[in-house]
Ligand binder design. Structure first.
Ligand code: ZN
Length: 316
């Protein structure tokens, strides 16, 4: 029975110069200041591991659980928990950045994973935009535009709306724009190369460090949009939208309206982003609501969600 309990996790908060208060006003979290940019909701990254808050593993970090209780995760036989779920509050624009792939990160970043990520737009202001890709056709052109500071010509912008989903493979130039709350599912990595920071100074009066050479080295040139076609499937009590099934993760939206039954085979990461429901696993019921994050262990068997709620669910 122990192995069939959902593991609820305490988030870790990160202050950022671009952060705000949406994690408190929209998700009800107790945040440490008015400039919180990131909630690391499901994390086994050493820079901010989640702690289990219920059941026999309460107090353990997700790093410890992965090492000590591999059966919860289907005995994967790998060193690191591969995924990281965050909620981001971009009160102002994030820097324009790019992440390396696994091979580059392994060689240049002490064996870190690369970072392919994806975004579900939970909320955004009218007219909000993201930077997604660039217009350069060759590496020379890319470098020339950077040297001249021709950012508006180089960067490709896209308007966004709540409910949009973006798959951001490593090598994609990207930035989340002002007034956006995003649920991000990504490889468990903290390696970011900053290409442009709008010439902002931090609280210390200094410009933040840029990583132009590494950015140029890992960027996909020319940019190409990943071909992502969401698949919708209606089951009793839920609409399931599968946004992406990639080598790194599968990410779905579960819109629960009534009582929905799921199989419970692979271990899953779940984040409630709207509403509330009752999760019933192995005969035990757990209330879940907006802002809750949990891992459902491998092989729980059938489980149900009953209520009115929206979840972002991911797995390897
Ligand atoms: Zn990123």
């Amino acid at each position: 029975m122990l192995m069939k309990q959902p593991l609820f996790l305490d988030p870790v908060f990160k202050e950022r110069i671009w952060g705000g208060t949406a994690l408190k006003t929209q998700f009800g979290y107790e945040i440490p200041s008015d400039q919180v940019g990131e909630c690391w909701a499901i994390s086994a990254h050493p820079n901010g591991p989640s702690i289990v808050k219920n059941g026999p593993y309460a107090g353990k970090t997700l790093i410890e659980l992965w090492e000590e209780e591999p059966a919860l995760f289907g005995n994967p036989g790998t060193d690191v928990f591969p995924l990281l779920t965050k909620i981001l509050d971009a009160n102002t624009d994030l820097s324009v950045q790019v992440h390396p792939d696994d091979a580059y990160a392994k060689e240049h970043e002490n064996g870190e994973l690369g970072k392919t990520e994806c975004w579900y737009i939970v909320d955004c202001k009218e007219g909000a935009e993201i930077v997604f890709g660039h217009h350069a056709q060759t590496k020379d052109e890319f470098k020339r535009q950077i040297e001249k500071g021709n950012w508006s010509q180089l960067l490709r912008k896209e308007k966004i709306a709540p409910g949009d989903f973006f798959y951001v493979p490593s090598g994609t130039i990207h930035a989340i724009g002002e007034g956006t709350v995003v649920l991000e599912t990504q490889q468990s990595s903290d390696t970011t190369y900053r290409l442009y920071d709008y010439d902002r100074v931090g609280q210390d009066g200094e410009l933040r460090e840029l990583h132009i050479d590494k950015s140029v080295a890992v960027s996909t040139i020319p940019h190409h949009d990943p071909a992502i076609t969401p698949l919708k499937k209606e089951i009793t009590g839920a609409m399931i939208t599968t946004f992406v099934e990639s080598a790194y993760f599968t990410v779905c939206k579960w819109e629960i309206d009534g009582k929905a039954t799921f199989e419970g085979s692979k271990y899953l990461l779940g984040s409630v982003i709207e509403g509330k429901a009752t999760l019933t696993v192995a005969g035990e019921s757990y209330p879940v609501r907006k802002g809750d994050h949990f891992i459902l262990p491998e092989n729980t068997g059938e489980f149900t969600l009953e209520g009115e709620a929206m979840l972002i669910v991911s797995h390897e």
